[in-house]
Structures are given as structure tokens and as C-alpha cells.
Design a protein around this ligand. Structure first.
Ligand SMILES: O=c1ccn([C@@H]2O[C@H](COP(=O)(O)OP(=O)(O)O[C@H]3O[C@H](CO)[C@@H](O)[C@H](O)[C@H]3O)[C@@H](O)[C@H]2O)c(=O)[nH]1
Ligand SMILES: [Mn+2]
Length: 740
């Protein structure tokens, strides 16, 4: 009997398109983690039962220790939620290729904000990589949002649109990866080979380099020359009044995907390519990246309106050519796909050195902590490398009805001309459009928070949607990590500030998420949202321990007391666990050590400043800002980074804090050594101070590079003299303050 095509289709569509795997070892882990919990409770009990009596030296120090350890303890409990429910997802690409379902359209959004910090040549590499992803080109549209409103970026995009006619067929023919020309040509191919393939590669490389030269020449001139301007009508938007902060909405459809004449060098259709610079006016809040994303959502709904949106930062190029296919496996799965709002990829970087000097890319974060919260169906939205369902991003609540709605959601059959589409889009990208609407509140990305991504993801999940964190072996998107300490700390300040702001707002996961997302997910969110206040216990330890050690005041139990055991157990086992976990997931020992140092620096500077900023803002004294991370640095700085030498070469106040803490710990350690040698400390007293000596010693060891930068190095990355001076004065003062 012959089966009808429908029956065959029905059968095939039942194949699952992704699978889930739970991590093993849950029982062992919960036993271990309970034992630490017991230790923590014992520590709290010790603090309460041994409180020095009123008038005793160090009573206040002791009370502070109790609160610090309460903070450490509760925070540690939260972090356990990230490890209870580790789930990994695997798309089944083969099953998708077997399925006869129609693929939905995909709109890719790329955001850029500044042509100097984010050079147009970098931006177009991301654009080209996005345009060449494996997906039917008539269902692919790429949008660039340029918050810099720069004709240089527009010019570069025009050049890229021309080059894409060569690049896309080249990628598909040779299955090129990474799909960013810059990242691809960095590999040293044997370009002198004489095969036809090698010849073609060489030809494309030359074309690429020629394009980059032309763009750089225009950038060096500081503007697009008249004769080039005449080549495209779009340049007429840039009259003399256009500045970054003040200009009309600009929308230019550079490639119209509907146009059957828009073809590449092989005669295949090109994806749609759109440039957008939303309107900016000095008296109109633009809400940074969130505002740009929302304008993109609206403009793209007018032009292509694809059901799936991929959002990328301008430095995140596509590495894995099949990432769209893989994401569609999740969304199109018959059984569970309709519940998913987004699929988040990890943020990986192409400039991570062997031992990850600034702890930018920890394997434990990507392989344990983020999938850990994903295990509750509540993966964090991290702002880039994320595939969204347009519906959920626009504010729709989850409902069972979203099943099988793909086909009705593809591109509008639109007969309007390019000009008409552009004019209609400009209205959507204007300042006034959002007034009195739900954009920024219930629709699109949420405004008012520098980490618009996390809060938006949370809101989506609280509307009933689920999300997936997917970390493929073949990394999907690769960006640029901040290559200086200062930049890394500034980035963490913005994050921890924004995250804590979410905690204090109506979006606090314990309240907003109550009964909507799982408790584990609420806790998991708070691990991040409480970064800023998590600075306080560590800062207290970093000051109170050397402070009291210098004065011979013991703050921990005698090493021969039984109370010493829980302290030692918690401290040692927690750190051994963290080291073992890091090594198992592919870190080096040195990378783990560097990360520990970075946590000390982040907590004592970024998180602490963010904590203060956030409180100040809650009092209504300041406004949200967004400091864009520069993606290019000078050669000196880059060389230092490549050699894994820390860069302290700026007078940032953060460096003063870092070096003051380092000096304080060093002074008190030296103080103790001197006392021991002078016979001023008896063995009995020493036994009480051992824990403090060890902890201060560790702090000094962790800070090794800080002392080097203060006293040994003479290069550009050494600590400026003024910072050294301030830190020595401050640390000495702290040592000299009398304590009754
Ligand atoms: O007014 C603005 C500011 C920034 N951006 C873009 O936002 C992206 C992220 O900015 P970046 O300076 O690179 O910040 P990062 O700290 O690297 O960004 C991380 O953290 C942000 C939230 O703090 C998220 O939005 C990002 O996706 C995430 O990669 C870049 O493409 C910018 O061009 C804009 O479009 N408009
Ligand atoms: Mn970035």
C-alpha cells in the first residue's frame, strides 16, 4: 500500500530534534555540599557563642566577622543551585534535515555604537559572517544598528555588501569556518599552491584586503569623499547636521532580498541587508543597546518579519556555519520546541591567552554554572549569541497555541518599493514612536538597566517561556574579550551594578519570579544579581584580617581547638573542589589561579563600586549609563596582554584600591614576621594567629603581580607613581589607627 505524502510527513515530524542529558554524580555532590553546609553552620555557631564581651578589644571586629561569614555562607548556598541540576542539550541536526517542515525565516541583528571603539572593519566582519551562515538566503536578513550614526560605518557596510557576492559563495563552496573573513584569513594557508582552489582562495583574500584598505583609507580621511558619496543615494542622509547624538532616523535597505537581480557571483540570491541608525535627539533618552534592539525589532517587522531573531554584538562573528540549523532544532522540536523563547550560546572570545589572564572565559562558567541554571529551563539571556522567538521577545505570553505557527509567520508578501519600506521603517525608528507604548516595559528589551539582557530574559521566563543554554563543541560565535585590566573591571562594574539594580527592583527573582520560575532558577539568578553586595564580606576580610593581625588580635580559633576544624574544612575543601572542577573542565592550574586573583580584584573594586553606585541611584541621585567596551587597543597594550603580563598602567581609582589592599596585607605580614624575630610574639599567641597569617599570606601571594607592578616593573603597564604613593599612605594610616 502506498502511503500518502501527508502520512510520511506526519511520521517524520515525530523525530525529536534535540535531546537532553542530565549530569551524573548528583548524590555525591549533594553529600559533599551538605558537609560544607554543616561546616558553615558550625562557623556561625562559633562566632555567636564566642562573642567577646562588651569592652573587649576586638568585639566590633568580631561582630563584623560574623556578618562577613553570614554573607559568605548565604552566597555559597545560592551558588549550589547552579550545580544541582546540570542539564546539557544536544540538537539533532540530522533529524531536522530529514524533516519536511518548512524552515522559518531568521533576522540577524548586529549592534554597534561607536566607529572608533568598534572599528567598521570589525563590524563588517561580523556582518559578513552572519550573511554567510547556512540558511536559505531568501529567508535570511541581516540588520545593522549603528548607534554611532556614522557614515564611515555605512560606507563599510556598502563595501561589505559588494564583497559578500564573492564571500558567500566562497564560504559555501569550501565550507569555510570561521565565517568571518578576518578570522579565516589569519590562518596561514599555503597561498602559493597552484591548485585551482588555492588560486581562488588567494583571489578572495586579495579582494578582501583591497576592501579593508579602501575602508581604512576613508577612515583615515575622517569622512567619505564626495565621489564615493555620489555612488549611493544613502549618503544623502548625512548632511552637515548629523552627529552621533543628534540626527533623524536613517534606514537604508542595501540589499533587497526580494530582488531577483540581487545575486552573488554564482547567481544565487543574496540575503537582505539593512542599515539602521535610529533617531537620536539630545532631549530624548535612547536607552543604549536596549533601545537599539527595540528599534531593530520594529524595523525588521516591517521589512522581513522573520519568526526567529539572532542577536549579536558587533564583535561576535559566526564561527560555526550551522548555528542557525542547530538553533532551529530546538525551536522546531515537535514536543518541546514551542515552549522555548530563546537559545543562548556562551560568550567566547578569540583573544583569550593560554592562562586567561583576566579570567574572561572560564570553562566552569560555560560548562557548569550557566548550563546549571539552564537546567531549570531558565538559561540567562546574555545579550549576544542568542536566538529568540520574535513573539516572546515582543512580549507575548506563553501559550500552548504557539505550536505549529511557523509557516504563517514568514516574510510578508510585500509589493512596496524599497523606498516605501524605508520610509515606513523610519517612522518605527524615530524618537517619538515609543511614547505611550509598552516598548521597554512589556514589549521588547526592558529599559533602565545596563544589563538589559538578563532582566529581559527573566521577564520572558516569567511570562511562561523556557530557554536553553547551548554550548556546542564547535563554538557558534566568537567575540573580543577586554584585553586590559581596567577595561575588564569597568565591564564588571557595569554588569554587577545593573544586576544588583535588578535585584532591588520589582524584577527581583524571589518576588517577580515567585511561582513562575523554579526556586533553583531564582537562586541561580541571584548568584549573579548579588555580585555587587558579595563584595562586602571579602572587602571586610581583606581589611579586618591584616588590621587585627598587625595588632595581634586573634579572630579565628586556636589551631588546636576543635572549632578550628570547620574553618579549615570549609576553606580547604571549597577551594580544592573549585580547583578540581576547573581542571576537569579544561582549565590550567595557572588559569584557575588567575581567575581567583580576578575574583579578588573584581569583588574589592568593580563590585564594591557598583554596590555604592547602585545605592546612590536608588536614592535618585544619578542615572543609568552604559560604558561601551573598546574592542581595539594599542600595540604595546596588546603585546603585554599576549605575554600575560597584567596592565596597571592607568590612574584608575580601582588600582588605588587594589594596591592599598595589597600593601595593607603586606605590611601586616611583615609586621608579624618582625615581631616573631624580635621575640615579641610567644608561641601561644602565634597559634591563635595562624589562620590570619595564612589568609593574609594568601592575599599577598594572590597579589604578586600588584607588587611587581608597584616596585619592580618599569614598563608602561607598571603602576603609576601617584597610585603607589596613595596606596602606601593609605595602608600606613590603616596600620597606625589606634584601637582601644
Ligand atoms: O548605546 C549603545 C551601547 C552599546 N551598544 C552595543 O552593545 C553591544 C555590547 O556593548 P559592549 O561595550 O561590547 O559591552 P559588553 O560588556 O561586551 O557587553 C555584554 O554586556 C551587555 C550588557 O551589559 C550586553 O548587552 C552585551 O550583549 C554583552 O556582550 C555592542 O555591540 C555595542 O555596540 C549599542 O548598540 N548602543
Ligand atoms: Mn562586548
Amino acid at each position: 500500500m502506498r502511503r500518502t505524502p501527508q502520512a510520511v510527513e506526519g511520521e517524520k515530524r515525530k523525530l525529536p530534534l534535540f535531546k537532553t542529558e542530565e549530569a551524573k554524580g548528583k548524590v555525591a555532590f549533594s553529600l559533599f555540599s551538605s558537609s560544607i553546609l554543616v561546616g558553615i553552620c558550625l562557623i556561625w555557631a562559633y562566632r555567636l557563642s564566642n562573642l567577646p564581651t562588651a569592652g573587649d578589644r576586638g568585639r566590633w571586629l568580631w561582630i563584623g566577622m560574623f556578618f562577613a561569614e553570614l554573607g559568605f555562607g548565604f552566597y555559597w548556598i545560592l551558588t549550589q543551585a547552579l550545580r544541582w541540576n546540570l542539564v546539557r542539550y544536544y540538537p539533532l541536526k540530522f533529524n531536522l534535515s530529514q524533516s519536511s517542515c518548512k524552515l522559518p525565516g531568521v533576522d540577524i541583528f548586529v549592534c554597534t555604537a561607536d566607529p572608533t571603539m568598534e572599528p567598521p572593519t570589525l563590524v563588517i566582519n561580523t556582518i559578513l559572517s552572519a550573511m554567510s551562515l547556512n540558511h536559505p538566503t531568501e529567508k535570511l536578513s541581516v540588520y545593522l544598528s549603528d548607534d554611532g550614526g556614522s557614515q564611515l560605518t555605512f560606507y563599510a557596510l556598502l563595501e561589505a555588501s559588494r564583497f559578500s557576492k564573492l564571500w558567500i559563495p566562497f564560504c559555501k563552496k569550501f565550507n569555510v569556518e570561521p565565517r568571518s573573513p578576518d578570522a579565516y584569513f589569519i590562518h596561514n594557508f599555503d597561498l602559493h599552491e597552484h591548485t585551482a582552489d588555492a588560486q581562488q582562495r588567494l583571489f578572495i583574500k586579495e579582494q578582501y584586503e583591497g576592501m579593508i584598505k579602501r575602508i581604512e583609507a576613508v577612515i583615515n580621511k575622517g569622512g567619505v569623499p564626495e565621489e564615493l558619496m555620489n555612488q549611493h543615494k544613502g549618503f544623502s542622509e548625512w548632511d552637515s547636521n548629523v552627529t552621533k547624538q543628534n540626527h533623524q532616523p536613517i534606514v537604508q535597505i542595501i540589499i533587497d532580498g526580494r530582488d531577483t537581480n540581487a545575486v552573488d557571483s554564482d547567481g544565487c540570491r543574496l540575503p537582505t541587508l539593512v542599515y539602521m541608525a535610529r533617531e537620536k535627539r539630545p532631549d530624548c533618552l535612547h536607552h543604549f543597546k536596549a533601545g537599539a534592539m527595540n528599534a531593530l525589532i520594529r524595523v525588521s517587522s516591517e521589512i522581513s518579519n522573520s519568526a526567529i531573531i539572532l542577536n549579536l554584538d558587533c564583535d561576535m562573528y559566526a564561527n560555526n556555519a550551522d548555528s542557525i540549523k542547530e538553533a532551529l532544532c530546538f525551536f522546531m522540536d515537535e514536543e518541546r520546541g514551542h515552549q522555548l523563547a530563546f537559545v543562548q550560546h556562551p560568550q567566547k572570545f578569540n583573544n583569550i591567552t593560554k592562562n586567561d589572564l583576566y579570567g574572561n572565559s572560564s570553562p566552569v562558567l560555560h560548562k557548569v554554572e550557566l548550563p546549571g541554571i539552564g537546567g531549570y529551563g531558565s538559561a540567562l539571556y546574555c545579550g549576544t549569541g542568542c536566538f529568540h522567538r520574535r513573539k516572546s521577545l515582543c512580549g507575548t505570553k506563553y501559550s500552548e497555541e504557539h505550536k505549529r505557527l511557523w509557516n504563517s509567520e514568514t516574510r510578508k508578501d510585500d509589493n512596496r518599493t524599497v523606498h516605501e519600506l524605508e520610509e515606513a521603517s523610519k517612522v518605527l525608528a524615530s524618537c517619538g514612536f515609543e511614547k505611550g507604548t509598552q516598548w521597554g516595559k512589556e514589549m521588547g528589551l526592558i529599559y533602565g538597566c545596563p544589563v538589559e539582557d538578563v532582566v529581559t530574559g527573566l521577564a520572558i521566563q516569567c511570562r511562561g517561556w523556557k530557554s536553553v543554554y547551548y554550548n556546542p563543541d564547535n563554538t557558534a560565535f566568537i567575540g573580543v574579550a577586554p584585553p586590559t585590566l581596567d577595561m575588564a573591571l569597568v565591564q564588571f562594574t557595569r554588569w554587577s551594578d545593573g544586576l544588583f539594580q535588578i535585584f532591588l527592583s520589582k524584577y527581583c527573582p524571589f518576588i517577580y519570579g515567585y511561582n513562575k520560575i523554579k526556586l533553583g532558577a531564582q537562586m541561580g539568578y541571584c548568584v549573579y544579581l548579588l555580585w555587587a553586595p558579595s563584595s562586602l564580606p571579602l572587602l571586610y576580610y581583606a581589611i579586618a584580617l591584616p588590621f587585627s593581625l598587625f595588632r595581634g588580635i586573634p579572630l579565628f580559633p586556636d589551631i588546636r581547638s576543635r572549632w578550628f576544624i570547620p574553618f579549615a574544612y570549609v576553606f580547604v575543601s571549597k577551594n580544592i573542589y573549585s580547583l578540581a572542577e576547573a581542571l576537569i573542565f579544561g582549565s590550567t592550574f595557572k588559569a584557575w589561579w588567575n581567575l581567583q586573583r580576578m575574583w579578588v580584584h573584581r569583588r574589592t573594586t568593580s563590585f564594591f563600586f557598583a554596590f555604592i553606585d547602585c545605592i546612590v541611584r536608588q536614592l535618585g541621585l544619578s542615572q543609568t549609563t552604559f560604558t561601551v567596551t573598546a574592542k581595539v587597543v594599542t600595540d604595546d597594550v596588546s603585546k603585554m596582554y599576549q605575554q600575560e603580563i597584567m596592565d596597571f598602567g592607568s590612574t584608575s581609582i580601582m588600582f588605588t584600591v587594589i594596591s592599598t589592599l595589597a600593601m595593607l596585607n603586606l605590611f601586616s605580614l611583615i609586621g608579624v614576621v618582625v615581631k616573631v624575630f624580635m621575640g615579641g610574639l610567644e608561641c601561644k599567641d602565634m597559634e591563635k594567629l595562624v589562620s590570619q597569617v595564612v589568609l593574609c599570606g594568601l592575599m599577598v601571594t594572590v597579589n604578586g603581580p600588584v607588587y611587581e607592578a608597584l616596585f619592580v616593573r618599569k614598563d608602561k603597564g607598571s603602576m603609576p607613581g601617584s597610585v603607589m604613593f596613595k596606596s602606601i599612605v593609605l595602608a600606613s594610616l590603616a596600620c597606625l589607627i589606634p584601637l582601644n
